[in-house]
Design a protein around this ligand. Structure first.
Ligand SMILES: [Zn+2]
Length: 283
């Protein structure tokens, strides 16, 4: 069952199950001491914490949009065990619950190309053949991100997997952008950098209401302090600068901040001191 959507003007935002996993607490909170982060998230005996990979489905009056694609269904048994996957990716059945098929998606907006965000671009069909999960969708990626997909540095090779991208170019469903773009009225992409070189945010505006998806710059509500950044961030100082900038900008607009990795809270609002003043669902 897909929970109720968050309403932003004429837009509806749903969170679909892109597969859940467990990660080491230290990797998610970087240099933050455990005595501090453990007040917000309790680790198990192996220092692991539960995280989601929540794919956003945004329904506008004219289009269906997916933001990031989750872990996908191509992981081997060994990979499922290595990445401690606790619930499998179920985007196709989640869409069916909402009366939608894979062909109904018009746009896939990729914040960046790490495997936990890009794993569902290409899926296995019942026979194990690879196909685009959203065959009719145009997939948007920033130019610098795509350069790193095509020529990953040593560190990026472990997370930019060719099998997640090969079909995009071949089937002509890739759109590379550089900087900022309004995809359709009220849906805007903006390059951020920070987590990866070509990371981007997605902004949704309808009838004077706004939601912003900061991707891995703001992965869970526990990262509301701009200084709390992940060990996975490639450019942590840039993440801090961008968070301060976007928190100021979007909280002044009373915007929702939506999450990808948060198992409890799917969106929040912040005040000018970055204190959480509202959550979705409300807690
Ligand atoms: Zn991530």
């Amino acid at each position: 069952m897909v929970p109720n959507p968050l309403i932003i003007g004429d837009f509806q935002i749903y969170w679909l199950n892109g597969g859940n996993f467990r990660l080491d607490g230290g990797t998610m909170f970087g240099a933050v001491p455990k005595v501090l982060w453990e007040k917000k998230c309790k680790a198990d005996a192996k220092n692991l914490l539960p995280f989601t990979n929540d794919v956003l489905l945004v329904k506008t009056p004219t289009h269906n949009i997916i933001v990031d694609t989750g872990l996908g269904n191509k992981l081997t048994e060994k990979q499922l065990s290595i990445f401690k996957v606790t619930s499998p990716w179920s985007i196709v059945s989640d869409l069916a619950d909402l009366g939608l098929s894979r062909q109904d998606i018009d746009f896939v907006l990729l914040t960046h190309c790490d495997f936990d965000h890009a794993g569902g671009i290409v899926m296995h069909d019942a026979e194990g053949n690879e196909e685009l999960t959203f065959p009719a969708a145009v997939h948007y990626v920033q130019k610098t991100e795509w350069e790193d997909v095509e020529q990953p540095c040593h560190r990026a090779q472990s997370t930019y997997w060719p099998e997640n991208f090969n079909l995009l170019k071949k089937e002509g469903r890739l759109k590379i952008i550089d900087g900022e773009l309004e995809v359709i009225h009220g849906v805007r992409l903006r390059h951020t950098g920070g987590h990866t070189r070509g990371h981007q945010l997605v902004e949704f505006t309808s009838k004077n209401e706004t939601a912003v998806h900061l991707g891995d710059l703001f992965p869970t509500h526990a990262h509301a302090n701009p200084l709390w950044v992940m060990a996975y961030d490639n450019f942590p100082l840039e993440v801090i600068d961008r968070k301060e900038e976007y928190f100021r900008h979007y909280s002044a607009m009373n915007s929702w901040f939506t999450f990808y990795h948060d198992p409890l809270i799917k969106a929040c609002k912040l005040d000018w001191q970055n204190k959480i003043i509202d959550t979705w669902p409300s807690v």
